[in-house]
Design a protein around this ligand. Structure first.
Ligand SMILES: Cc1cc2nc3c(=O)[nH]c(=O)nc-3n(C[C@H](O)[C@H](O)[C@H](O)COP(=O)(O)O)c2cc1C
Length: 482
């Protein structure tokens, strides 16, 4: 049975308006930093999404900022009430993507695909006709693709990948951006297309529906088009590209088609990044040659403005990285009670709750997650017992500061895979994306005598049930509000 979901950004915008999570900005805004600055402030204040009706120099285009930068918006995108607590949102995601059925896309004819309302090919193609924002001061150029997905196909087995890889407009028909070698598209491009010197067809989808955005940003273990179908509970409607046999979501706003060129690089960046810093220097990066653009009438361009928390990249990558680790650890039979990454950690720190079932379990957990496909994206793991609420920062900080031995509880794993964007890493490590990892083991050693284990002194743990009940029943009678 299909779940409640929004088949395009326009339906999602209406839902956000209804729930009070959208502000319609009628006055004209400038694509040159003004839009970016508004979206940045919205992220920092966790304010409603701005829906820009009028963009300077671009009549006929609209924009939509911070599309998924709060848990309220994430809940809405999944068809849940906006105030749904985070653990419940996580459970819905796990139920759909772990226990649900993958759904193959439903292929539709171009007459039923709004993204084909305007088709531009040949000499008419000009990326400057689209309102790419200058997102931050100091960026190396205008970034058209800030909340988007790139569709590509494995040259050997035809496996489909959707992923978010930023793209800066270089000239009328060229975009450029980093494709990290451990990402799924990176593996197709660097391990196959480049050695064979073969261009790799791509389609950049701008303004896809929110669940397609979540799927593209997730480190999914299956092709993201089918993963998106799991989130929807039915196949996503897709239409064939103009120039290749790739398929794109039929209800998206703008599609940019072309080839990713092997063995050539052009300068890209700097850019304000998800860590909240401008970290990577201007350097030669991957080149996208554009040969066609199709778009809906009056297209709406999503604008994500990365920086200090919380933007949608931080929120959704933390959410899905944590839950993919949850699936991985459970698939190995580890008795975990949950996994969570706070978006404020810019998906660098993960908290894992587990039963303290046997000696070395924290190390086993750390080695599994650091060594997995997800490993390059984070470097700190905090393992706590099942009594610590992993969603409660205060409780985790208490456990970390009282239960992690400064020598025996901290384990460093050197020379692992990392990203070139770690602000703490020296340039020599950033250049090659080398990382190190650290585990904070907050579990009580199992060889301690029971009488040696310090007792947690909390209302819940140290009072008899009858006293707790009496106090709770009389709480307002004592004069407290709640
Ligand atoms: C807004 C945003 C921008 C991103 N930009 C890049 C990028 O420029 N290059 C890159 O390799 N990964 C980037 N990522 C991470 C990839 O999107 C991520 O690796 C991929 O979508 C999912 O992983 P997988 O396909 O490798 O499993 C970005 C993620 C987000 C949310």
């Amino acid at each position: 049975m299909p779940h409640k979901y929004y088949k395009d950004n326009r339906e999602f915008i209406k839902a956000l308006k209804k729930s009070g999570d959208l502000v319609t900005v009628k006055q004209e805004v400038d694509w040159d930093m003004e839009m970016g600055a508004i979206v940045r402030r919205v992220c920092e204040k966790q304010a409603p999404s701005p829906y820009f009706k009028k963009i300077k120099d671009y009549p006929g285009f609209e924009a939509f900022g911070a599309p998924l930068a709060t848990y309220r918006k994430l809940a809405i995108s999944l068809g849940l009430p906006p105030e749904t607590p985070i653990p419940q949102i996580a459970q819905v995601y796990l139920d759909r993507t772990d226990r649900g059925t993958p759904h193959k896309p439903v292929l539709v004819d171009r007459s039923r695909a709004p993204c084909k309302e305007n088709v531009i090919t040949g000499d008419a193609v000009n990326l400057f006709d689209l309102p790419a924002p200058m997102v931050h001061e100091g960026d190396g150029g205008r970034y058209l693709s800030t909340w988007h997905m790139i569709v590509a196909k494995d040259p050997d087995d035809g496996a489909i990948n959707w992923g978010m890889y930023r793209q800066m407009v270089f000239d009328e028909r060229t975009m450029v951006g980093p494709v990290l070698p451990f990402s799924d598209m990176g593996k197709m491009f660097w391990n196959k297309a480049v050695p064979r010197n073969e261009p790799m067809p791509f389609a950049t989808v701008i303004g896809m529906d929110p669940l397609a955005g979540i799927a593209a940003c997730a480190p999914a273990q299956i092709p993201e088009d089918e993963f998106c179908g799991m989130l929807m509970g039915e196949g996503v409607e897709m239409v064939k590209c103009e120039l290749s046999d790739l398929y794109v979501p039929a209800h998206a706003e703008i599609i940019i088609e072309g080839d990713i060129l092997p063995n050539i690089a052009l300068d890209e960046a700097p850019f304000g990044e998800y860590t909240g810093y401008r970290t990577s220097p201007r350097e030669p990066r991957t080149v996208y040659r554009v040969r066609a653009i199709t778009h809906r009438n009056r297209p709406i361009v999503p604008v994500s403005c990365m920086g200090v928390p919380t933007d949608e990249g931080q929120l959704l990558r933390s959410f899905s990285l944590g839950l993919e680790m949850d699936k991985l650890l459970r698939s190995q039979g580890i008795p975990i009670t949950g996994v969570y990454m706070w978006p404020e950690s810019t998906h660098h720190l993960v908290v894992i709750g587990t039963r303290n079932a046997y000696a070395g379990i924290a190390s086993q957990i750390a080695q599994l997650i650091f060594g997995s496909k997800l490993g390059p994206w984070f470097h700190m793991a905090v393992v706590v017992d099942q009594d610590t609420d992993i969603y409660d920062k205060d409780k985790v900080i208490h456990a970390l500061s009282t239960k992690c031995h400064p020598v025996d509880g901290i384990h460093v794993y050197k020379n692992s895979a990392g990203t070139p964007l770690n602000p703490f890493a020296p340039m020599s490590e950033r250049k090659i994306g080398k990382g190190s990892k650290v585990l904070f083991d907050c579990l009580t050693p199992l060889d301690w005598k029971k009488s040696d284990i310090p007792i947690l002194v909390s209302f819940d743990k140290v009072y008899p049930e009858d006293i707790k009940k009496k106090v709770l029943d009389n709480w307002t009678n004592y004069g407290f509000k709640d």
